[in-house]
Design a protein around this ligand. Structure first.
Ligand SMILES: [Zn+2]
Length: 464
């Protein structure tokens, strides 16, 4: 750690002098309706990508380009003149979600409105606000110091809200160019109120379909009932066998690779402000259930799951039809945690389903999809560097949270580029992402720029 004061005076002066221009720039970026999933906005996505190329170049970064991938461009830029220092890869996305229902917006989604401390617009938080903060932080560092203390590489994607279809392929082909020591993803937010947060982990996914087939057509249950296996009954037997009454998944080997929670992990989760009764009341449920031995917060983000997502077969209409269905099906998914391998989990799942399938029918299991989990522990040096930067700038130590869902790029940075990932995001917990009246807190936006500038200094001593 170089001799840096907690507040860099030159940086503060620069940021104060440029505050109004920065807000105008933020608004200009938000005015571009870069909705990635709608074909009629393809040109707008391209416009947003080129807007970023220009902004990154103006910030003093090099090799800024909009890389053509077959879909919306990926924006890349770097600054690589710190030969003995670590390299950080920074990720955000410039595309946004559609805006309907339009009538619920209090101001037009692509006409940014400042209301008090808030700026309202589609993308204000997810994720253009965070992307913009990164570009502004880079510009402020270069304007005040003329160099970065570490090497930086930027990737701003344009397909995160639609498919992320072309990113992984590009990561594979650009692996050498993207070599780094750590990745920072800014596409998450705070847990509660205004206290900063670092997201330590995301869950992965294994998705499968079970098909149980008997005869070619439905059978008369009076003529054949009792003499043949019923595919729907057989499917029910299989599903009932997947989990025990203690909530444990019975697939042999399922938990073998799960990284156990440390005492410190459990303490950090227990310290989060979380009202279990309010959570239950909001869901309108008579009870919360889950794997024995774990709290609700642990169950919903740090433990793997198995859920039936859909089940069908036989007669589903009004009234009654006395048949033995020809076939029955279920879609089943598992949320996975580090270090479970989704493909190995699928193989174990298939083998177990086939082993417990009742006789007299044909049972097969299809693999519908996979996603890797990701985890960067609390005590990882990169996590701690981010924590110091957040505490120095926001005035409070961050809380450590875990997400039950997935951000596929996080797993890709791990599996394709071999990088630890720090999920350092700045959006409010109730920012209305993907919904009408999306907003960002302008004070936090400003502080996030200081935090980003600070994390470069904190990463200087990252072990490599
Ligand atoms: Zn996002």
């Amino acid at each position: 750690m170089p001799d840096m004061p907690t507040t860099d005076a030159a940086l503060e002066t620069h940021l104060a002098d440029t505050k109004d221009a920065r807000l105008e720039s933020y608004k200009a970026f938000l005015r571009i309706p870069s909705i990635s999933t709608l074909p009629e906005h393809a040109d707008d996505c391209r416009t947003a990508a080129h807007w970023l190329v220009d902004a990154l170049t103006a910030a003093g970064l090099e090799h800024a380009e909009a890389v053509e991938t077959g879909g919306h461009p990926i924006v890349y830029a770097d600054w690589l003149h710190a030969p003995d220092a670590p390299t950080v890869l920074i990720y955000g996305h410039y595309d946004v979600q559609p805006v309907d229902p339009l009538d619920l917006w209090t101001s037009p989604p692509f006409e940014p409105a400042v209301v008090g401390d808030r700026i309202l617009a589609r993308g204000a938080a997810d994720d253009k606000g965070q992307v913009h903060a990164h570009v502004m932080a880079a510009g402020a560092v270069m304007a005040t110091r003329g160099s970065f203390p570490i090497n930086v590489k930027y990737i701003f994607e344009g397909e995160e809200e639609s498919s992320t279809e072309h990113l992984d392929h590009w990561l594979e082909t650009a692996r050498d160019k993207l070599a780094a020591d750590v990745a920072i993803i800014s596409d998450t937010g705070f847990f509660e109120g205004n206290r900063p947060a670092i997201t330590l982990s995301l869950r992965g996914l294994m998705y499968a379909q079970i098909d149980v087939v008997g005869t070619a057509v439905d059978l008369h249950s009076g003529v054949y009932g009792g003499a043949v296996q019923n595919p729907a009954n057989a499917l029910a037997v299989i599903i009932a066998g997947l989990k025990g009454p203690d909530g444990r998944i019975r697939v042999p080997g399922f938990y073998d690779d799960v990284v156990p929670l440390s005492e410190a992990d459990r303490a950090a989760l227990a310290a989060l402000p979380f009202d279990e009764d309010a959570y239950q009341a909001r869901l309108g449920l008579p009870a919360l259930v889950g794997e024995a031995g774990f709290t609700t917060l642990e169950r919903r983000a740090t433990r793997p799951t198995l859920d039936v997502n859909g089940i069908w077969g036989g007669f589903e209409g009004e009234g009654s039809k006395t048949i033995i269905p020809a076939h029955a099906h279920a879609k089943v998914s598992c949320r996975l945690v580090a270090a479970q391998d989704p493909d190995r989990i699928f193989e174990a799942f298939r083998a177990y389903v086939e082993a417990i399938a009742p006789p007299g029918v044909t049972t097969t299991v299809q693999h519908l999809g996979s996603g890797f989990p990701s985890l960067t522990p609390m005590d990882h040096p990169a996590t701690q560097a981010a924590a110091r930067a957040l505490e120095a700038t926001f005035g409070q130590a961050p809380v450590y949270i875990r997400e039950g869902g997935s951000i596929p790029v996080s797993a890709s940075f791990g599996s394709i580029l071999g990088l630890p990932v720090v999920l350092m995001g700045f959006t409010p917990p109730d920012e209305n992402a993907h919904a009408p009246n999306e907003w960002m807190d302008l004070n936090n936006y400003e502080t996030s720029i200081r935090a980003i500038a600070r994390v470069f200094d904190e990463l200087v001593d990252l072990p490599r």
